[in-house]
Design a protein around this ligand. Sequence first.
Ligand code: ZN
Length: 253
Amino acid sequence: MIPAIPSEVVTHMRSAERVVALTGAGVSAESGIPTFRQAQTGLWAQYDPIELATPQAFLRTPRLVWDWYTYRRQIIAAAEPNPAHYALVDLEQHYPTFTLVTQNIDGLHWRAGSRDMLELHGNIERTRCFECGTYAQGWDEEGELPPRCGHCGGLLRPDVVWFGEGLPERELHLAYTVTQQVQIFLSIGTSAVVQPAASLPLIAKRAGAYVIEINPEETSLSVVADCWLQGQAGVILPELVRQVFNLSENQEE
Ligand SMILES: [Zn+2]
């Protein structure tokens, strides 16, 4: 079924030059990637999340934490970007200024081809030193685990935001900055409950942007957004791209 997209949405997207899209777990879920808690099956089910994803847990049981992320990396490696990821690449290539802000750590946006990205919760495919923060170019899964930093000998940790940690300041600052200057703000597959997902669309709206939400379920944003497109991102986004681009191509001819 082709979703009905109001002509008002297409009109706004055709005339915009500055666009921000925020993506959340729903976009990853459409690629079959489980959430943190959904991934806690089998032997992982016995652990409290704070035993697997806090700096304190890493200090206490670094190998357990490392193995948890290795396990999740394997799930992600077997997944593929979905049509929503590719539609966002099309949007990036179409608009003069387009920023993708994501809460997802799986790197699927990158694999799909998105480049202008702010990863607010880090990326599970990267590791950095727990002690000195140096990023590792690669690491050996065969030897001692977690592997050691080539710079200072500290333990390598996944470059993701753990419970109790702040979001990366640079990314957060840039996300707020671009949001204040945007004409279209898309909130896609996020429950719009946790920060900054809860505040970014509101900041955009106060700054005069047209706010579009794409989500199968109603959220606290749905009534605030200028338009809520109910459904899966992998269905709605490609259709949105098709309609917006077809019209803009006709205009150019
Ligand atoms: Zn180091």
